[in-house]
Design a protein around this ligand. Structure first.
Ligand code: NAI
Ligand code: MG
Length: 504
């Protein structure tokens, strides 16, 4: 099957107007301008190959200016002097503007990234607004404590008064990936601003459009200049300059484990604080008593949505032998029923992968697996005029040592393995350098919570997969990352504690 696709015209006035302004700029200290070098790079619709925009290609000297602007804004009257209540209102206003532009933002995300319009319109864009709404509430509730001390050596007749205050960690470099571009940016910007930090945002070079539009909306909401700066460009240049910069206090990164490790090295110079949301190889364990009417569509959605380009995608399914055939059959039928096409076409379930390179990478895993004896029960082919699509694929007869079972594929590929005893399922599930997420499918309460406790991962879902919300902390155990995003722990990572101890 070869799909030839044209880019449909976006329906929203906003997306059309945004794309009509073909050349995009970077934002430094409240001013949009070209990169210092004057260089640009192009961004395309991965479904049709159409050129969408030319982006400013920033270099290290632009990064220096962006960081200087963020440093100055940290102590500016407009930002540091803003009351917590006003900061909360500002975040809420940003959420309202995102909601008001939801159609436009979803269309831009589909065009730039490939995902189905539905995913953006009803999932990721409203979820981005919710990030700002959730963290808006924290602004007025960032509290220190008073501490009764037991220190024995205060001078006669004096007392000790000790307390803590919370301070923003400082200048944050937010480096985001291409799988859910707007949501990943919102997940960093919202807590950073709630904490009073300032930010230099570097979106993925493949998908920078919604980040640009989001920052425009943030300025429209009244964000003071310098509080958020935006530099578009390449990871090895802009990302590397930010992570090594002596005046960046923290890096908030989502992306590959490989780049996560590079950032750990680069951050050594000034011992930056790091939160790293890295890769995953998340297991789904299906017990013999699972409710199949929930499990099959839930597992299918957990791996195939966004064409598998999801850090928590449930790419390894372990099914009890009593239900193994039913799971393989059910997932294969669910895969075959999904329609590939342009994300803006209403009948489309799955768009292309983000680019040819990513689709080639997925195809490489499948070819290697096949040569080692893996069997494909559905899909398995790279397709589309530009080779950017990949069919939703179900694989069986895999072994734990195969590369497709150890590395993050980041495509619509799920491998199903039978097990006989829950201990075997736990051993399989934990046999991975990753520990991001996992799901357990059973109607037995005890078995559900026992399995949840035994699988090493930052999130376990029971009878669901890939359920997110800003109040649910999300982070990786093992090599899936450091620190947490969302929930109260997500705010903590943007705050320092200061202890004040006084003899009075
Ligand atoms: P990547 O990790 O290279 O890209 C993520 C971000 O890091 C981008 O903004 C990029 O510009 C930036 N970056 C790249 N090199 C950098 C450096 N040296 N210093 C600082 N920042 C840098 O991901 P890539 O190469 O686009 O995708 C490769 C694989 O990574 C995917 O197939 C997938 O397995 C994994 N990945 C995982 C993600 C997740 O959410 N877990 C997201 C994106 C990719
Ligand atoms: Mg890369």
């Amino acid at each position: 099957m070869t799909i030839t696709i044209k880019t449909p015209e976006p329906r929203s006035e906003g997306a059309r107007a945004f794309l009509a302004r073909r050349q995009k700029q970077i934002l430094i200290d409240g001013v949009w301008r070209d990169a210092g070098s004057g260089q640009r790079f192009e961004t395309f619709d991965p479904a049709s190959g159409r050129l969408l925009a030319e982006l400013a290609e920033a270099t290290a000297s632009d990064v220096d200016e962006a960081v200087a602007s963020a440093s100055a804004a940290l102590t500016s009257k407009e930002w540091k002097g803003m009351t917590p209540s006003a900061r909360g209102k500002l975040l809420w206003k940003i959420a309202e503007l995102i909601d008001a532009h939801v159609e436009e933002l979803a269309e831009l995300e589909t065009l730039d990234q490939g995902k189905s319009f539905r995913t953006g319109r009803f999932g990721e864009i409203p979820a981005s607004a919710e990030q700002f709404r959730y963290f808006a509430g924290f602004c007025t509730k960032i509290l220190g404590t008073t501490i009764p001390t037991s220190i024995a050596y205060q001078p006669e007749g004096r007392e000790i008064f000790a307390y803590t205050t919370r301070e923003p960690v400082g200048v944050v470099a937010a480096i985001t990936p291409w799988n859910s571009p707007m949501l990943m940016a919102a997940m960093k910007l919202a807590p950073a601003l709630a904490a009073g930090c300032t930010v230099v945002l570097k979106p993925a070079e493949e998908t920078s459009l919604t980040a640009i539009r989001l920052v425009e909306l943030m300025l429209e909401a009244g964000l003071p200049k310098g509080v958020v700066n935006l530099v578009t460009g390449f990871g090895e240049v802009v990302g590397a300059a930010l992570t090594a910069h002596p005046d960046v206090d923290k890096v908030a990164f989502t992306g590959s484990t490989e780049v996560g490790k590079l950032i750990v090295s680069a951050a050594q110079g000034n011992l930056k604080k790091l939160t790293l949301e890295l890769g995953g190889k998340s297991p789904a364990i299906v017990m013999p008593d699972a409710d199949m009417a929930l499990a099959i569509p839930g597992i299918a959605r957990g791996i195939f949505s966004n064409s598998g380009q999801v850090c928590v995608a449930g790419s390894r399914v372990y099914a009890h032998r009593a239900v193994y055939e039913e799971v393989v059959d059910g997932l294969s039928k669910a895969a075959a029923a999904l329609t590939l096409g342009h994300g803006l076409d209403t009948g489309t379930d799955l768009g292309p992968l983000v680019n040819r390179k990513q689709a080639d990478r997925v195809a490489g895993f499948i070819a290697e697996g096949r040569s080692e004896g893996a069997e494909i029960t559905s899909g398995g082919n790279q397709t589309g005029e530009f080779g950017t699509f990949f069919e939703p694929t179900v694989v069986t007869s895999v072994r734990p040592d195969m590369r497709m079972m150890r590395e993050e594929i980041f495509g619509p590929v799920v491998a199903v393995t039978p097990f006989d005893h829950p201990e075997e399922a736990i051993a399989y599930a934990n046999d991975s350098p990753y520990g991001l997420a996992g799901s357990v499918w059973t109607q037995d309460l005890s078995s559900a919570h026992r399995l949840a406790a035994r699988v090493k991962a930052g999130t376990i879902w029971i009878n669901c997969h890939s359920y997110f919300s800003p109040e649910l902390p999300k982070g990786g155990h093992k090599q899936s990352g450091w620190g947490y995003e969302n929930g109260a722990p997500g705010l903590e990572n943007y705050l320092e504690t200061k202890t004040v101890c006084a003899v009075i």
